[in-house]
Ligand binder design. Structure first.
Ligand SMILES: Nc1ncnc2c1ncn2[C@@H]1O[C@H](COP(=O)(O)OP(=O)(O)O)[C@@H](O)[C@H]1O
Ligand SMILES: Nc1ccn([C@@H]2O[C@H](COP(=O)(O)OP(=O)(O)O)[C@@H](O)[C@H]2O)c(=O)n1
Length: 228
């Protein structure tokens, strides 16, 4: 526990359904690191905006809501919760209604700057040797100097199939169309479809879940001396 230096950072980016959350959490658990899902904060902020009756297209009103956004998240891989104020929103932020508006609030530069600062301070609060942080702009904006940076990709077909297997309340076509339109909107704001300089690509299209975790751990182990 008595660690005083900053935690080492493993930065992982990728499109929706590439396996970022599940693979990052499992990899973090195996190496005793904390785990931060940054998409959860964008989702929780979208939930908050909607809960307050703010139109997500009303940029000024959305920006004005930022100081009142009281966010907390569990970063131990086995203690997952997301809260806004006293409200547990762990499940609510996965609702399709939240997915439908999250890209609209995520494209606002003030929102991105505010959440980026929040992610850096959450990461700095980790008491473990390191933290795996996943999202869309972790390798490029949030933690561009991380020792280990990975782009986790998979074909569009594989990503849609994985996500529709999780969601039983909507048809596969609806899930696929919503995912495609969110990826399109997100990729206008941040580049996560191709790897930036120094970022290692892990393509999980033909890997199962366990093989993908192993592929990510292989990349981490390659740099192990840097994070020993
Ligand atoms: N390599 C894989 N093969 C098959 N299913 C996978 C693989 N990686 C992840 N999954 C599953 O795909 C779904 C989407 O993964 P998730 O981690 O939520 O992706 P993301 O965070 O990138 O949107 C989850 O149900 C997860 O268990
Ligand atoms: N670092 C990040 C993470 C998420 N996001 C936004 O948050 C949304 C939800 O992210 P997520 O990681 O939960 O999405 P999934 O890929 O899990 O569906 C994305 O569609 C982006 O609009 C972002 O802009 N930057």
């Amino acid at each position: 526990m008595g660690r005083h230096s900053s935690p080492h950072i493993v930065a992982i980016d990728g499109p929706a359904g590439s396996g970022k959350s599940s693979v990052s959490r499992a990899a973090a658990r195996r190496i005793g690191f904390d785990y931060l899902d940054t998409g959860a904060a964008y989702r929780a902020f979208a939930w908050f905006v909607s809960d307050r009756g703010i139109d997500p297209e009303n940029t000024d009103a959305v920006v004005a809501a930022l100081p009142g956004f009281d966010y907390s998240i569990g970063i131990a891989p086995d203690e997952h919760f997301v809260r806004v104020g006293e409200t547990d929103v762990t499940d609510a932020i996965r609702d399709p209604a939240v997915s439908a508006i999250v890209s609209t609030v995520a494209r606002i530069p003030e929102v991105r700057a505010h959440l980026t600062e929040l992610f850096r301070s959450i990461a700095a609060s980790s008491h473990r040797t390191g933290i795996v942080i996943e999202g869309r702009d972790i390798t490029t904006v949030v933690a561009p100097t991380a020792e280990i940076r990975i782009l986790l990709t998979a074909s569009e077909e594989a990503r849609m199939a994985r996500r529709s297997a999780e969601i039983s309340t909507q048809s596969a076509e609806t899930v696929a169309e919503q995912l495609r339109s969110r990826d399109r909107a997100d990729s206008r704001v941040v580049e996560f479809m191709s790897a930036a300089d120094g970022v290692t690509t892990v393509d999980s299209t033909h890997l199962d879940f366990e093989q993908t975790i192993d592929a990510v751990l292989d990349v981490i182990n390659t740099y192990r001396e840097a994070i020993a």
